[in-house]
Design a protein. Sequence first.
Length: 599
Amino acid sequence: MADRPVNVVIATDCGSTTTKAILIEKVGDVYRQTFRGEAPTTVEAPFEDVTKGVLNSIQEIEELSGRKILDGEKIITPADGNVGVDIYVSTSSAGGGLQMMVAGAVAAMTGESAQRCALGGGAIVMDVLASNDGRAGHEKIERIRQLRPDMMLLSGGTDGGTISHVVEMAEYISAADPKPRLGIGYKLPIIFAGNKDAAPRVQEILGEKMSLEVTDNIRPTLERENLMPARHRIHDLFLHHVMQQAPGYKKLIAMCGAPIIPTPAAVGDIIERVAKKEQINVLGVDIGGATTDVFSVFQKIFNRTVSANLGMSYSISNVLAEAGLDNIMRWVPFDIDEQDLRNRIKNKMIRPTTIPFTVDELMIEQAIAREALRLALAQHKMLAVGLKGVQQERSISDAFAQTASGQTLINMMDLHLVIGSGGILSHAPRRVQSMVMMTDSYQLEGITRLAVDSIFMMPHLGVLATVNERAATEAFEHDCMVYLGTCISPVGLAKEGEKCVDLKMSGGLNVNESIPFGELKLYKLDVGKTAKLEATPARGFDVGAGKGKPLTTTIHGGVGGILVDTRGRPLQLPTDKKQRVAVLTKWAKALDLYPELKR
């Protein structure tokens, strides 16, 4: 689709707590993000009108930029000199975002495909139902009634395959007769994207009670997933059904010059575009107060997962429960009493909007963030897999039993770029702290470039890309992405102090040294600068070319620089508390992570 000609754009992201607005203008021949404003989101009482928060955030931009954008409650278009804008676009996750249930015939096959489809469409998946999920019929019916999703996605059966299982799931949905979360007296939207032969029976069962939409099968054959038609239908229904019921959205839809997109779908879109443009594998994370979203593009396949119980404020106690106290304490570089740590975490949950006031509090929050990021990636790896139920290699032994391919697509050695987003990563007092948090939690391997989203602009740019890709891409490169630098992480294990890797860097850097096992080192190399790297790992270590094999490549600088991590993979911290605190303090001092750390 050709780019729509625009010179001045206003974009908002209506979040669950804050509505953020940005102004993008053509400066010379390049699109730049020039001003931003924010205001509390106004979906709930006493306002119950999302546009109030939108207008307040735009008013802030008016005051900062001196540009007149509003005429009362109307956005002035098109731009004329210093008045008005060419287009207004928006994303939304207000009111809890898009909440869906998915159902498939077999949990590990069509159920999982349906889950990937809904997640990629920007939804939070509340539950996955399947004929073989171990729940009795009445339990499934009760579950659908309890959850009250915004919409449901029903899939199942390859084309020409099973009909009975799909019909069975449709009958459970019909018996439950779920009422939507928002809007009284309107029919719940259901997308059927399963075996086309089952469509007439599904229509018979659900056509009267629900707002049923039939689209292409998401798993037409065992070997193929076809998620895009159903994803597009999710977006359409989100806009025309779900959003219409939320307070003030009809007005917001009328104000926008392009369809509103769920916030996570917009972030996923911009990450996909980056991967496609650069022809690289990308991992993106957005760690929020209540949820952590992980996005990946590996082998040109896009995946998104939502860890709805892992966050840094509302869900911080869940991180403690899932990770366990020991796993959080292993990252704290000073001696702290267990009860003290528990109390601090509970205080954060009671007062979710507070930010760290002392260095100790900052170190504790960053320790918790490492575990939230680690757990969210582990969950993502489980869903970002090759198609299950597909025969990978045929041999006598497995000719009798079709094996599931449950192989994750996420290969850290093949990862080129990590993009971090969310308060704890975007607003860390020192950029190198974000670098180390992502390196620790993801246990990066080989050569990986790191970046953060400067002010959480990715949703705005994702929706802008649907109107003008050039504007979105240029603003993304110049104003959104803060390149932190490159991490060099040899994979392997040895005793501390033993030989690990010889590094020669030339061009932007002049380095020629041997780095022993167990070190963290940082070399300054500024944003936009590159250096030639020749890395020769010791026997048993791999930097990307194979064990003991040298690698020559170009590395990119950033506000952090070049981080060399010879602590080995998997990363092993001392179990003795005193030793662990000593080693964490040594690493923190080597990178000047916390200048105040005088322990």
